[in-house]
Design a protein around this ligand. Structure first.
Ligand SMILES: Cc1cc2nc3c(=O)[nH]c(=O)nc-3n(C[C@H](O)[C@H](O)[C@H](O)COP(=O)(O)OP(=O)(O)OC[C@H]3O[C@@H](n4cnc5c(N)ncnc54)[C@H](O)[C@@H]3O)c2cc1C
Length: 304
């Protein structure tokens, strides 16, 4: 089925939009309804006008999402096209909107001599995705710096919420149900030494350790306490293991790569297999870091 463009009132909606176009794994079936609003006012109207029973899924840059091959029933809201806001509020505080790439926050903070923020350059997603995941890199974590967030609820109501309204853990964030992030206010320290060279050297370290340039979702599993998922997967002898077009990376065992037109089912089967094999070999149960959403093809009514 091909994607169809139409408008609900004046807001553009894509029907049956293939989500493989919007995920870093380059897999994923169609979304029934796909919105890429340009303004928060449009987003509020979309949420208010969607029938209350319609499920709503949020999408940043799709760099931590495995969307199954049958796609997503309901509406997908992509934040990447929302108006981007990156403002220095005062000596220590910066406000960044959800659709902004984390890399931009890192670069601007360097220019403002605020830190530690260079680690955001290692997260290839949006601010909204980083807030939802408590994304972290090179020892830094998103919520360490969050002072407050702006959210929107299913009815389109916008709120400012303090950090205290959220329970934060390693790659987990629990907050009020059915609210999503529109922006975050971050607090950093004055850092005279911050420089673009710091970002460049962090990225060089990452490039040396990770198989970039082949579609992936970064680390598939969370690191268990005191250990590394990649080390356990390597110890279980799983580097290079393949299912269909999906393969456990030879370079970094916690990466599953789409090496040859993989389906989401190939990737999911490999995730299940790696998890079982690591448990057999080491006794450790790995928990996925990637979010798996949508329906497999069988329940979605066959080939689309
Ligand atoms: C090569 C590579 C390297 C990576 N390295 C790292 C790393 O070092 N550290 C790390 O933490 N992650 C890493 N990741 C994973 C990923 O970049 C992060 O999890 C990132 O925060 C996801 O952001 P996103 O915008 O792509 O979110 P998406 O993948 O689009 O969404 C992820 C989750 O966040 C939700 N979400 C998105 N936007 C919002 C919003 N505005 N409000 C509420 N919920 C929202 C989605 O519904 C979904 O559940 C890597 C990924 C790749 C491909």
């Amino acid at each position: 089925m091909s994607a169809v463009r139409s408008k609900i009132t004046t807001i553009e909606v894509l029907r049956n939009e293939p989500l493989r176009k919007h995920t870093s794994w380059r897999v994923g079936g169609p979304a029934d309804l796909f919105y890429a609003p340009a303004a928060v006012a449009d987003l509020r109207r979309i949420l208010a006008e969607l029938p209350p029973g319609t499920p709503v899924h949020w999408l940043g840059l799709g760099s931590n999402l495995l969307v199954r091959d049958g796609g997503i029933r309901g509406a997908v809201i992509a934040t990447g096209s929302l108006e981007r806001e990156l403002e220095r509020l005062d000596e220590h505080r910066v406000r960044a909107s959800a659709g902004l790439a984390c890399m931009l926050l890192a670069k601007r903070c360097v220019r403002w001599h605020l830190g530690p923020a260079a680690f955001f350059a290692g997260i290839p997603g949006t601010i909204g995705g980083a807030l939802a995941m408590n994304a972290g890199a090179f020892g830094g974590e998103t919520w360490t710096h969050v002072e407050s967030v702006t959210t929107i609820d299913r009815g389109g109501e916008v709120r400012e919420r303090p950090r205290a309204d959220f329970e934060i853990g390693y790659r987990t964030v629990r907050g009020p149900a059915n609210e999503w992030f529109l922006a975050g206010t971050f607090r950093f320290e004055h850092d005279e030494m911050s420089s673009m060279d710091a970002i460049k050297s962090l990225l060089a370290r990452r490039n040396a350790a990770q198989p970039l340039g082949v579609p992936s979702c970064g680390s598939v599993f969370r690191n268990p306490p005191g250990d590394f998922a990649g080390r356990l997967i390597e110890q279980a002898g799983l580097k290079g293991l393949r299912r269909g077009g999906a393969m456990v990376s030879d370079k970094h065992a916690n990466f599953i790569l789409n090496v040859d037109n993989a389906t989401a089912a190939d990737i999911e089967a490999l995730i299940v297999e790696v998890r079982a094999a690591v448990e057999r070999a080491t006794g450790v149960q790995l928990e996925p870091e990637v979010r798996v959403v949508g329906e497999p093809l069988e329940t979605a009514g066959g080939e689309r």
